[in-house]
Structures are given as C-alpha cells and as structure tokens.
Design a protein around this ligand. Sequence first.
Ligand code: MG
Length: 338
Amino acid sequence: MELQVEERELRLKHAWTLSRGSSTTKRYAYVTLTHEGISGLGEAAHNARYGESLDQVQAVLQGVGERLAPADPWKWQPLLADLGAIGGPCRSALAAVDLALFDWIGRRLGIPLHRFFGLEPDALPLTSVSIGIGDRDEVVRKVLEAEPHPILKIKLGGGNDEEVMEAVRSVSTKTVRVDANEGWKTPELALEKIRWLAGLGVELVEQPLPAGQLDGMRWLKERSPLPLVADEDVHTASDLPGLVGAFHGINLKLMKAGGILEAIRTIHTARALGLRIMIGCMIESSLGITAAAQLGAMADWLDLDGNLLIQNDPFVGAVTEQGKILLPDQPGLGVSLR
Ligand code: MG
C-alpha cells in the first residue's frame, strides 16, 4: 500500500468560539491510501485540546506510511491494532489511516460502508447543528441562519450563558442541547446551571465539568434533572468503565477514537455498560463527517455538523437536509473531491 499525505486549509464561515478559545481557519492533513489501483481517503482533524498538532500528525503519518508499504489491507484488524501503537496519543492521525483503509475496502468490494457494517442507512437520528459562543446579536444571527435545522446545540460556559440562552429563546422554540465544553468549574455551579436549563426545555447537557472530575460528576448525576453526556472525558472504549455512574451517555468522535474500528468497539462497550451514544465531530470536512455518518444508525443522538461550518469544503459526501443526513450510495465512504 502507498500512503500519500497533503495538507489543506479549511476556512470557517464564522469565527468558531468555544469556552476555551476562538479560530477562523483549520489546516489539516489528508491521506490517500492506494493499493491495486484503488484509492481510499482519510482526514486527520487534529485538536489542540488533546495535545495534537499538525506537525505531530505529519510525523505519525510518516511512520505509518513505512509500516503500510508491505502490509495487506485485508488483515485490517491486526494492522489497525499495530498502527494504534504507532499513533499513540495522536488519535486523529490514526483516524485518517483507518478511514482511508475502510474507504479502500468498501471501494474494492463495491459497497457503501454502512452496508459493509450491516447498518440501515435510513435509520439515522436527526443531527443537531452547533451555535458557537458569541454576544446576543451574533447568537441571534446564527440561530436564524440555522433555520432549516430542527435541533440546535448551544455552546455555553463562556461567561455569558444567560445572554446566550435568552438570545436563542428570543428567536427559536426548537429542541436545544447544551455543550458547556468543561466551562463550569464546580459541581454546585453546574447543578445550578442545569436546573435553570431544564426549566428552558433543554434536552441534555454535554461535559459540564472539566475532564477528570469524575467524583464531581457522580455527585452531579445523582441530582441532575437532565441527561449528562461526556465529551472531553471520553476518547476510546477503555475510558468507559470509569464513566459509569458519572454520565448518562458519551459523545463519540472518530478523531478521538482513532477511527471507525475503535468507534464501533466503543459503541458496543457503551451499550454493554448502559451508556447512551451520541456520535459527534470536530470541525471536519465532508470526508470525516460522511465517515461518521456511515455509523449514524448506531447512535441515539447525532451531532455531525462540522462540514456545515466550513466555507471551502474540499469534499462532497453526505448531504444534510432539515437535520436528516442523506448517506451517499457510492462505495466506501462515498466521498469524492469537489
Ligand atoms: Mg462537546
């Protein structure tokens, strides 16, 4: 197998602001894995929150490329386990290779990946779209722009929660989920916020406390009127036993898990432990989003909107209409360069 890597810059439609900072562009590594005349595509949407950088992704992919050269793509279980050891904590680099490998397999077999995994392509829950932190006017404008989408995910934890929620409810009665992105620093403050949000008809709250505060989360879960979903606290299946009793569900992302194989393992582990499942994303092109959507039927909630935040999406794949993600019929991921 031959692995080619190129970088692309994604320009965002709006500055993307979370409780931890703001950005207007993303520069990621993209891989093409070629074998027997067929090419699979992958994306590494690295995230600084998890200590990842583009340089680190490039270094990992160089090592992976050497290991892939003599490998057999049909031995994908041991191959991905082996590459996981190389990828180490840089899960997005591993995800890029995993995506490209499964894309190759689907293309070689001539079937979409949802079919390869035995999933119903019409059984995806509706996706939310995210509204980043902003002042009242910005939030109102973004909520109005999101008019075709039935579910909103509102980012809080930026210090103006009341202003943001008031702005949202002044123009919309849609289903609202809240993501605090670790922005509330104590369980007592988080409980106060969650009770207030329950009164506003919010459906669930994601990552109220900083990651690692599992004692605080257990205290909070006993009292919370709303389901609590882990995001920054979960990467792979190995994290899940520690989250039982602390959260009602998890937000699984291909870029945190290291790709499709570990995502499926995480989904089965979560089900066995009684945790509900959201499949979410980073800011990703239609490549990463379509890959995640291939597994969408396995989720209780979807939050696959990263591609909708990008001005110059380099890829065409799944299409989102009124929150419904329409999977492509093409083999593999079903993604092509625009
Ligand atoms: Mg989140």
